[in-house]
Design a protein around this ligand. Structure first.
Ligand code: CO
Length: 140
């Protein structure tokens, strides 16, 4: 089951440029913290807003998924992330609907989470992230 929209991922040329738009001196969100997700070669900054977050994504290399996205399409909305309780069963359910899952088994994401993506060609061009957070540490 999809619990809620956990965050919206936005590809930016750099976190400082992104923070200038989204942060306290821009639109007015307060940055929660930054983290390198080396498995995805991505540097992220989180900006909570209500129960959701804006996640800025900076490429750590040109050949990373975000680097390729920026080269092909430029900055902008990259993905929508749904929080799930049990990512394994959710992957099974969605694969049963014929959707291709990128990351099966799921891969480590920010804050000790487990992450998988649905192929955007199967979802009308929208990259969807599924994210299961560790119960012990709660929701980042
Ligand atoms: Co994300």
């Amino acid at each position: 089951m999809l619990k809620k929209v956990h965050h919206i991922g936005i590809a930016v040329p750099g976190l400082e440029e992104g923070a200038a738009i989204w942060g306290a001196n821009g639109i007015g969100l307060v940055e929660e913290g930054r983290e390198d997700v080396t498995s995805a070669q991505t540097r992220v900054a989180m900006f909570p807003v209500g129960e959701s977050r804006i996640e800025l994504l900076e490429a750590m290399s040109e050949d990373s998924p975000v680097g390729r996205f920026l080269n092909n399409r430029g900055p902008g909305i990259h993905h929508i992330c749904f929080e799930v309780d049990d990512i394994e069963s959710e992957i099974e359910r969605l694969r049963g609907l014929g959707l291709r899952v990128l990351g099966n088994p799921p891969t480590p994401g920010a804050h000790g989470s487990l992450v998988a993506f649905l192929h955007p060609k199967d979802t009308g061009g929208v990259l969807i992230e599924l994210n299961q957070f560790p119960e012990a540490s709660g929701n980042p």
